[in-house]
Design a protein around this ligand. Structure first.
Ligand code: SF4
Length: 281
């Protein structure tokens, strides 16, 4: 994704949770909601772009503040001159509201309440069904009833989930996500999320120490997708990412972007399974 975070505006607005992003790929503005204001995540992906990333979850969410920030941001976009002031002419439209931030959003105990709040605010601005609502998640907590309740509420609002599945081997998940998740458990979580809400698989590919991902890793990941197709998991498709922005983790010097042709060739293999594939190099 080519994103330009309007950080100066966020700082000027004094916002903790809400931030606007111009997405060239989407051709519009995304309103991001960051629940992990302390840059804490339960995973530590080696390509992660969060500065000073630490392990953990977010501090308690101030729901009243979040609601006030979201209302102010949407008011500036829908009724104010935000787009004219801040956004190139071709991209002056609100594309989506995304629960995505500097850590895993579903690790906030308030996650279901946050979804409910977003739905209420979008309805007040007559935006429900008119802008996309997206949850960008590593999926690791999707087995929890409260997370499932929030994801079900996302579906009721017409939202979708982007579920991170970077590698399909235990070694790959450990290497790329610094996670002890096992692939089978993660697959079962993917299935349960896809049953609750429209879901895209989201995967980041890059070269490590000068080498592209091994065919063993790629084949295991494709086999997982093939299994999802065979088991009729209702996936929307697969989002393939390269390294659009540099990692801010210690491994950053070891990572390099793959040629776009590599991602496109992989997308063709995904499509051959009968799944849609979108590439963001
Ligand atoms: S799950 Fe997302 S926020 Fe967490 S470490 Fe990975 S890329 Fe960073």
């Amino acid at each position: 994704m080519t994103l330009t975070t309007l950080d100066h505006d966020r700082a000027a607005a004094g916002m903790v949770y809400v931030y606007p992003v111009v997405s060239r790929r989407a051709g519009g503005v995304s309103v991001g909601i960051n629940l992990n204001s302390n840059n804490a995540c339960n995973w530590r992906c080696i390509y992660c772009q969060v500065p000073d990333l630490q392990r953990g979850g977010p501090p308690p969410i101030d729901l009243a503040r979040l609601e006030d920030e979201l209302r102010r941001m949407l008011d500036a976009i829908v009724h104010g001159d935000f787009l004219a002031r801040e956004v190139p002419e071709a991209m002056r439209r609100l594309n989506d509201v995304a629960l995505s931030g500097n850590g895993e959003p579903t690790s906030a105990p308030e996650f279901p309440a946050v979804v409910e709040l977003i739905g209420r605010v979008l309805a007040d601005f007559a935006l429900l069904g008119r802008v996309k609502l997206v949850l960008i998640s590593n999926g690791s907590l999707a087995g929890k009833p409260r997370v499932q309740a929030g994801i079900r509420a996302m579906a009721d609002l017409g939202g979708e989930v982007w579920f991170k599945f970077d590698r399909a081997t235990r070694a790959g998940l450990r290497l790329v996500n610094d996670s002890e998740s096992d692939p089978e458990g993660h697959y079962q979580r993917l299935k349960s999320v896809a049953a609750l809400c429209p879901t895209w698989v989201q995967t980041c590919w890059f070269a490590l120490d000068g080498q592209p991902p091994t065919e063993t890793e790629v084949a295991a990941w494709l086999a997982l997708l093939a299994r999802a197709v065979a088991e009729q998991v209702p996936l929307r498709g697969v989002l393939l990412y390269g390294l659009a922005r540099p990692s801010l983790q210690a491994e950053a010097p070891r990572l390099a972007a793959l040629p776009e042709a590599w991602l496109r060739a992989l997308a063709a293999r995904v499509e051959a399974l009968g799944l849609a594939a979108k590439v963001s190099a």
